[in-house]
Each structure stands twice: as structure tokens, then as C-alpha cells.
Design a binder for this molecule. Structure first.
Ligand code: MRU
Length: 357
């Protein structure tokens, strides 16, 4: 499995996902601005991965502040780090994991007011590494939850997935692909259909590459083939990742996910979301409040770097859409399975599992 990122000697090495699968190259980020750019242009992408990268971004910001700042006053230093964190938080608006990780880091800084700048930096680095390591563990737990639930069906499954919610979107085996990996280990995968995921082809370039490397049977389809694939190939379940889940279970994920949920509903195919608790945003009641990123128009006008439309063609390019909770059969998390998510089931799940936000 390719490593999404590595932290070594005050440098964050990010696998450049824009170049996959042709080239496996790492970009060395030594400043927080480089991390910001890498997140914005999708060198690193996927909700959990951008959260981890941003946590390291805060550490890099702390180093720079330390080098540039004249005074050694902790309060001034913390203020500067908070400003950097708030800027990093704007790199991409939809995935709440970015905000979650940065807030954890800034909270840590603010609680160190009585410590020296040196000590604060050490604590920040320790926390970023911890956020990174936690993701490895929760991927495993989430995978076990999904594998246990879906292996009850008792036969090898045909699964459809969208975008990339795999190792490349996290620090370990992934969320949706973590469940697929778990099922495969138990002999419960017949075939995975991967949507190519226009316009940036995360499904074609990343998911297909990841699954082929692990010898998991995978077949690529274009996004507009999903309905026909469901009808013809006896798809047993759809499993996708998530970028932000509202208090009532409405889920933002890569654009095209909402359409898949409608198709799954029509074909009576269960539709699952796999996401860590850090992807929940219970400060918002419904998916209507989720900010949806709109990206550059040329991402749609161009294919493989070449224009395939008139250069002035009007384009609408939302990077995400929201699947209403009514279309979601259940959500796999590291704490367990939320069946039929809605305001009540989600809230009871948090209470029963004593989950702190
Ligand atoms: O634009 P991207 O590639 O960052 O979008 C990624 C997705 O939509 C993933 O499905 C989501 O972040 C979950 S990753 C475990």
C-alpha cells in the first residue's frame, strides 16, 4: 500500500496524488503555505488525509513563527499559530475533518499558555503525530464494523463505490475501501465496481490502482454507467466515504454520490456510508447547511489537460453533493454501526457510546 504521507525531520512528505498512477512522487513540504497549496490542489485529498496533513501544517506554521518572531512570548506565538490554523482551515470547505484536526491543534496551543514556545511546539508535533496514528487504528476498527455487518449476508458480494475512500484518502486501509479490504480477506468480495469519478477521476486513478495492487477484483465504469451496472450486474451494496455528516445523518461526499443513492433506492440496493466520528458535524442540523466546494471551471472543460469544450463554455463544478439520510441504509464508524441514520438514531449513538466532540 502506498503511503499517503510521512513526517520526517520537520518535513511533511506528501504523495502527489495528482500524478497517480503514472508517477509515484513525493512533495516535500517545509512550510505551512506549501501544505495549504497541496490541500487546495488535491496533491493530498480525502477527508481524513487532509485533516492529518493540516495538523502537520500547523506544526510547520509553529516552526516558521518561532524562527521569524522576535519575541519569545507564548501568548504572541499562540496568536500567530492560531491565525495560520484559521487560514489552513480555508484550504477546502466541505470536509469537516480539516476543521476538526486544526481545532484540536489550536486548542492544544491555547491550553499551553503557561509553557515556553519550545515546549508548545513539542506538544503540537506530538499531537499531530497522535492524530496521524489514531487514523490508522480507527480505519481498522471501522473496517471490522463494516465487515462484520456485511458478512452477515453470507455470500461474496458485488459492491459499487465512488471516488476514493481508501488508503490514499487516509493514513491506513481507508474507510469504504477498508470495509472492502476486510470483506475481501474473508472471501466475501465477488467484484467491486469503481465509478471513474469525473472530473478528476479519483475512482479511475486511485481506487482502481489501490484495489488492483491488493489483488481485489475491481472493474472500472464511467459514472453514467452506474444505473445500468446496478441493473445488470446484481450489485449487492453501495459503499462510499463521507466529507461531512450533519446531525440528522445527511451526508456530503464526492459529487455523484447523491445520484448513486437515488439509483440504489430505485433498485432496492442497500446504500452504506463508511466514515470516522471526526466526519460528523453535529453543529449543523441538516445537510442543507453543509458548505459545498465549487472548483475551477477548467476541471470540467478539460480532459487530460486538453480542452474538450469551447474555452468559454459555462460550467457548474460542485465538488460534492449531499445524500439525504433517508437514502442511507447505515453508517459504519469506528464505534459501531448506525442503522437508518436520522436525528434520533445518530444522537442516541453518540450518547450510548459516550462520544465526545
Ligand atoms: O475531492 P476529494 O478527492 O478530496 O473527495 C474525496 C471524497 O469525496 C471521499 O469520498 C471522502 O473524502 C471520504 S475519504 C475517506
Amino acid at each position: 500500500m502506498m503511503k499517503t504521507m510521512e513526517w520526517k525531520e520537520q518535513t511533511l512528505y506528501l504523495l502527489d496524488q495528482t500524478k497517480l498512477p503514472e508517477q509515484v512522487t513525493y512533495i516535500a513540504c517545509k512550510t505551512w503555505q506549501e501544505v495549504y497549496d497541496a490541500i487546495a490542489c488535491l496533491v493530498v485529498r480525502g477527508a481524513p488525509a487532509i485533516g492529518i496533513a493540516a495538523a502537520y501544517g500547523v506544526v510547520l506554521g509553529a516552526y516558521t513563527t518561532y524562527q521569524e518572531q522576535q519575541s519569545n512570548e507564548s501568548a504572541v506565538f499562540i496568536q500567530a499559530v492560531c491565525d495560520i490554523g484559521k487560514t489552513l482551515d480555508r484550504a477546502r470547505p466541505t470536509a469537516v475533518n480539516l476543521h476538526w484536526a486544526i481545532m484540536r491543534m489550536l486548542d492544544c496551543a491555547v491550553h499551553q499558555q503557561d509553557h515556553t514556545v519550545d515546549e508548545i511546539i513539542k506538544e503540537l508535533e506530538k499531537l499531530a503525530i497522535q492524530i496521524h496514528q489514531e487514523d490508522v487504528l480507527l480505519n481498522k476498527q471501522l473496517s471490522m464494523v463494516g465487515t462484520q455487518e456485511l458478512s452477515k449476508i453470507g455470500k461474496p458480494l458485488t459492491i459499487l463505490t465512488h471516488c476514493n475512500a481508501g488508503a490514499l484518502a487516509t493514513a491506513a486501509i481507508g474507510t469504504a475501501l477498508g470495509v472492502i479490504r476486510g470483506l475481501h480477506q474473508k472471501g466475501f468480495i465477488h467484484m467491486v465496481y469503481a465509478d471513474e469519478t469525473r472530473p478528476l477521476l479519483q475512482g479511475a486513478r486511485l481506487t482502481v490502482t489501490e484495489l488492483m495492487e491488493d489483488h481485489i477484483p475491481v472493474t472500472l465504469i464511467t459514472d453514467n454507467m452506474a444505473a445500468w451496472t446496478m441493473a445488470q450486474k446484481k450489485v449487492d451494496a453501495v459503499i462510499v466515504g463521507a466529507d461531512r455528516i450533519a446531525a440528522n445523518g445527511d451526508t456530503a461526499n464526492k459529487v455523484g454520490t447523491y445520484g448513486l443513492s437515488l439509483l440504489a433506492h430505485y433498485h432496492h440496493i442497500p446504500f452504506y456510508v463508511a466514515a470516522p466520528i471526526s466526519t460528523f458535524d453535529r453543529t449543523i442540523a441538516t445537510g442543507k447547511e453543509i458548505p459545498i466546494e465549487e472548483r475551477a471551471e477548467d476541471e470540467v472543460r478539460c480532459f487530460n489537460g486538453n480542452y474538450c469544450t469551447p474555452k468559454q463554455a459555462l460550467v457548474f463544478n460542485p465538488a460534492f453533493d449531499v445524500t439525504p439520510h433517508e437514502h442511507i441504509t447505515g453508517i459504519f464508524t469506528e464505534y459501531g454501526f448506525i442503522s437508518k441514520p436520522d436525528m434520533i438514531t445518530v444522537s442516541s449513538f453518540f450518547i450510548e457510546n459516550n462520544i465526545k466532540e
